[in-house]
Write a protein that binds this ligand. Structure first.
Ligand code: ZN
Ligand code: FE
Ligand code: FE
Ligand code: FE
Length: 246
């Protein structure tokens, strides 16, 4: 179809996002099933519900424009979902896979943020205030979904994934004085072994991993727990605040 007017361009973009959201609805349950961190799973299931509502919101917008809801192949989301699938297939360590699934999920959220941002601006320009508000609501949800994924990665899952590497005997090159060190001790036997290796004259003698320090648990240690499979996880700070009733 040839596009000449701004209205047609808007409709074209609407169809792209409509298709993208429908593909997202199909993919999210599978992505959730491929994660182990309980809060990550919960976040993905919650975003699935939001995404279903976003599909309906778009159908409402088509209706307001007197047009039938119609999708149009979104190459970008197809490609991003292929990447997500690759990560799920190729990473064989559960907590490392969680970090990869977050990365894939955030790429999708960023695509949606870009699309809704554009559509909101175009609806505003066209004077379609009701449509603009509906699109703004979806835009807020995408921002929020991305924010939650960020917190999960930075406060919990990246550290879990990194500890898996240490346990496998991987080398850590950088001196991480500035960065939060993964928890010692709460990670179970393996973590304690590692801490012991270090304090008995390993190459990491400079690290502040607790030798001769106070037994005060670190922020990360206070948030540690194990799942039924024995994987070590960390709660996010938001989770701790909620549970602490504050
Ligand atoms: Zn986890
Ligand atoms: Fe969405
Ligand atoms: Fe697209
Ligand atoms: Fe989304």
């Amino acid at each position: 179809m040839t596009i000449s007017t701004f209205d047609e361009l808007f409709m074209n973009m609407l169809r792209d996002v409509y298709q993208a959201e429908k593909q997202h609805v199909k993919a999210l349950p599978k992505m959730a099933r491929n994660t182990v961190h309980p809060e990550l799973r919960e976040a993905m299931e919650q975003h699935l519900e939001e995404t279903e509502a976003q599909v309906e919101r778009l159908e409402q917008i088509f209706d307001m424009l007197g047009s039938k809801p119609k999708g149009q192949k979104c190459e970008a989301v197809e490609g991003l979902l292929e990447e997500a699938q690759e990560i799920m297939d190729e990473v064989d360590e559960e907590v490392v896979r969680d970090a990869g699934v977050i990365a894939a999920a955030q790429a999708l959220e960023h695509y949606e943020i870009a699309r809704y941002g554009t559509l909101v601006a175009w609806a505003r320009r066209m004077g379609e205030r009701d449509i603009m508000r509906l699109l703004q609501q979806s835009l807020r949800e995408e921002h929020n979904a991305n924010h939650i994924l960020n917190e999960l990665a930075e406060e919990a899952i990246n550290a879990e994934a990194q500890e898996m590497r240490e346990e496998e005997g991987g080398e850590i090159e950088e001196d991480e004085d500035e960065m939060e060190r993964p928890a010692r001790g709460n990670g179970g036997r393996r973590m304690q072994q590692m801490a012991q290796e270090r304090s008995s004259g390993g190459r990491r003698s400079g690290s502040r991993s607790g030798r001769g320090r106070s037994k005060e648990p670190s922020d990360l240690e206070r948030r540690a727990y194990k799942d039924k499979q024995g994987n070590v996880h960390y709660h996010t700070r938001a989770y701790m605040r909620q549970r602490g009733g504050g």
